[in-house]
Design a binder for this molecule. Structure first.
Ligand SMILES: Nc1ncnc2c1ncn2[C@@H]1O[C@H](COP(=O)(O)OP(=O)(O)OP(=O)(O)O)[C@@H](O)[C@H]1O
Length: 296
């Protein structure tokens, strides 16, 4: 249009030309006057088409947002159009708050593979899970590390901890005291870690009474009694008297499976499958809508 104008200027008649007086450039750019429609008379009001609802008193008129054709619009265009159609922007806040730390109690007869399962869980879950190190009055065995395998304390020290109410649960196991320090659970739950407690059946029973449904109780079993005995024999850590006591106790313990939330079979040569199942239980429990928060 401007090119057209300059062209017309270059060929414009001189100022003195009478033609110039009639064709001023400003006159070319000026918009034609808008012709206002006359108000419809009551008689022809039915012919008026309304495209948007008439704003009520005090409301300002807003154009109706249109959503572009999905195949033609870009993702951001569609996103913004949906926001404007719904009248507010989409929040990036998490829809569900992060789950509370979970306490997982793992129990089962001696030799069933509690340590083996926990060892693998440690590898797969890393720092998100804290395995509470139990305090014990039993002497340290070769290869064991203080603070890693157990907190080795004297009988007197252990009983002092008990008297000061520093233990969530404790028991006399095969002549030695074993107990769970509360401070460790508080500290790691405070950091957002899930907690794994490894206890015998009696310990699980006590914890159930204290923690009720605020913890998850998992019972580990071997596929059969015979396989459990084989595993204990293969471990070669017990005397024949010890073996007898542990096997007799195991027979009694499996009857308590009903008071647990889950039973996991740790079948021979299938340790990884058992660990996978325990992990699925943890994941499912963390996704629960309702769970009481454990008060330690
Ligand atoms: N799925 C499995 N297949 C074969 N052997 C296994 C399996 N799980 C564990 N074991 C082995 O069985 C033995 C007992 O396992 P572990 O020491 O973990 O049992 P535990 O339940 O912790 O026993 P305890 O309560 O007496 O300490 C170990 O030698 C371990 O390597």
């Amino acid at each position: 249009m401007f090119r057209g104008l300059s062209f017309s200027f270059s060929r414009a008649p001189s100022l003195s030309s009478p033609l110039f007086l009639h064709r001023q450039p400003s006159a070319v750019l000026r918009r034609p006057p808008i012709r206002r429609k006359s108000k419809p008379s009551p008689s022809n009001s039915t012919q008026v088409r309304c495209f948007s609802p008439t704003p009520k008193m005090g409301e300002t008129w807003k154009p109706k947002p249109t959503i572009p054709v999905i195949e033609k619009a870009t993702k951001p265009e569609l996103f913004r159009a949906l926001e404007s159609a719904l009248g507010s922007s989409f929040s990036t806040d998490p829809i569900s708050p992060p789950p509370n730390p979970l306490i997982i109690v793992i129990s089962g007869p001696s030799g069933v593979g509690k340590d083996a399962v926990i060892g693998k869980l440690k590898e797969s879950r890393g720092e998100n899970l804290h395995f509470v190190v139990t305090a014990t009055s039993r002497p340290m065995r070769p290869g064991e590390v203080h603070g890693k395998d157990y907190y080795f304390v004297s009988k007197e020290e252990f009983l002092d901890m008990k008297d000061r109410n520093e233990l969530l649960e404790y028991a006399l196991v095969y002549g030695d005291y074993k107990g769970i320090p509360k401070s460790q659970i508080r500290e790691f739950m405070g950091r957002g870690c899930d907690i794994v407690l490894r206890v015998d059946i009696q310990g699980a029973h006590t914890l159930r009474k204290k923690l009720k449904d605020s913890a998850v109780f998992i019972f580990l079993v071997a596929e059969s009694e015979a396989k459990l005995v084989e595993r204990l024999i293969d471990r070669k850590t017990e005397s024949k008297e010890d073996l007898l006591v542990r096997i007799a106790t195991a027979r009694e313990e499996v009857r308590h499976v009903k008071s647990f939330d889950y039973v996991v079979v740790n079948a021979d040569g299938k340790l990884d499958e058992a660990v996978k199942l325990v992990e699925s239980i943890i994941d499912a429990e963390k996704a629960r809508v309702r769970r009481k928060c454990a008060a330690i």
